[in-house]
Design a protein around this ligand. Structure first.
Ligand code: ZN
Length: 423
């Protein structure tokens, strides 16, 4: 009898109910932003079955089972869980502790304890997926944190991790120590053919992506300069690609961005000195761009000096100009904030800045949902409110397509069908 019931259900709804109908949850918001369509759907409901979205549409279309648990979400917009493609769970804001002190003086166990708090704060603020771009001296700790989240030991977003990240010898930090001292670095140093070994080591340790610093502020003069030759970057990309692992490049200078794009990296981070020419190259080569606006804002707050002198305003003004060039070039803009530089749990700031810098609210929301999911090769799993995808869903008070600040008012967080926050 039970089997017949299940078969009838499958025939009717097109999905397997054999795991038990008590796992159905019906979410009833005012509207649904599906992550793809700019205008939210009114009068839609979402039916979740176990870890996946079972059906989306009007109540009449969805036909939920009578014993589904109903969650009423009046006044809210239901949308895909947010994605941040550039995070650092193992960093905390630099006005709390300087980056050098975090890397050199905070014990690894303390850093991991902090990271567990960061993971929870990010999840509860609506971020259900994060790509973590380097442990900054904390070795392979991100692999263990990801695994603890996946095993349900601690709450946190789905993680894609990069482990140590790769820098050219002598190009990163901490720096400015006496030349005879060898100071531990915030990333793994390698050059030339050794890059092959380091890429393979990091992949073996669990890297989902390989991160390379294509440029850094090294040498006797200030400013970011290329750290690797084009050939070195190509070797990194080719080695990673053999293992099915994509590469992401930190780059602030135009030349660093140009080399990274030509070498075949999939996303470029920061892009502060990017102009129309290099963003066009990125667009042509389908290289995504994470602008990290909120980090620039935070740097300015920490180190910008006196706004009255004009110095503090300059960096954000320059960033505004480069972002405008990016927007006009047609390059794919992905929500990536560099969270960790600023407080975990406040990732919505980046999306607010995307709007402040010229995107429509719907575009900014897409860049933090469906667009980010595609860039991270996760579009078959997350990033949209669509039957068959994982039930990574949030509800926010108000309508973020009208007022982006609604993202600050997260009322419900569900990841893989599990509720972490509800009214
Ligand atoms: Zn970063």
């Amino acid at each position: 009898m039970r089997q017949i019931f299940a078969i009838l259900f499958v025939a009717f709804f097109g999905f397997d109910t054999a795991k038990g109908a008590e796992k159905f949850i019906l979410l009833k918001p005012d509207r649904v932003f599906d992550g793809i369509t700019a205008t939210p759907h009114t009068a839609w409901v979402v039916l979740v079955n176990s870890e996946k979205i079972a059906a989306v549409g009007t109540l009449g279309d969805v036909k939920p089972p009578t014993d589904a648990k109903v969650i009423e979400l009046p006044g809210t917009t239901l949308m895909p869980g947010l994605i941040d493609a550039h995070s650092h769970l193992l960093l905390h804001p630099y006005d709390e502790a300087k980056w050098d002190d975090q890397v050199l003086k905070e014990p690894l166990a303390e850093r991991i304890c902090r990271a567990t708090n960061h993971a929870r704060a990010n999840l509860l603020s609506g971020f259900t997926t994060m790509r973590d771009l380097g442990t900054e001296g904390a070795g392979f700790a991100d692999v263990g944190i990801k695994s603890a989240i996946e095993k349900g030991i601690i709450p946190g977003p789905r993680m894609l991790v990069t482990t140590k990240a790769i820098v050219a010898t002598g190009s990163y930090a901490p720096s400015e120590f006496a030349p005879e001292h060898r100071i531990p670095q915030g990333a793994q140093e390698a050059d030339g053919q050794d890059l092959c070994t380091v890429v393979r080591e990091q992949i073996r340790a669990g890297a989902d992506w390989i991160k390379v610093y294509a440029d850094t502020p090294h040498g006797p003069t200030p400013g970011a300069k290329p750290a690797f030759s084009l050939e070195e970057l190509q070797l990194i990309v080719a080695t990673a690609r053999d293992a099915g692992v994509p590469v992401v490049a930190h780059s602030q200078s135009k030349e660093g961005m140009r080399r990274a794009a030509l070498a075949g990296v999939e996303t470029i981070e920061h892009g502060d000195a990017g102009d129309a020419e290099v963003f066009k190259l990125m667009a042509e080569r389908k290289v995504g761009f994470c602008p990290t606006l909120a980090a620039v804002e935070a740097y300015q707050r920490y180190f910008g000096g006196d706004p009255a002198t004009g110095k503090a305003a300059n960096r954000m003004m320059a960033k505004r100009a480069s972002f405008k060039a990016a927007l006009e070039s047609g390059v794919t803009i992905i929500n990536g904030s560099d969270i960790g530089v600023f407080a975990h749990g406040t990732g919505a700031r980046e999306i607010e800045l995307l709007v402040d810098f010229g995107m429509t609210p719907a575009q900014a929301l897409q860049s933090a949902t469906s667009v980010a999911a595609k860039a991270l090769h996760l579009q078959e799993k997350v990033g949209a409110v669509k039957a068959g995808l994982l039930a990574d869903l949030i509800a926010v008070e108000g309508d973020p397509t009208q007022e982006i600040g609604a993202l600050r008012k997260v009322k419900l967080v569900m990841k893989g069908g599990t509720l972490y926050k509800q009214p």
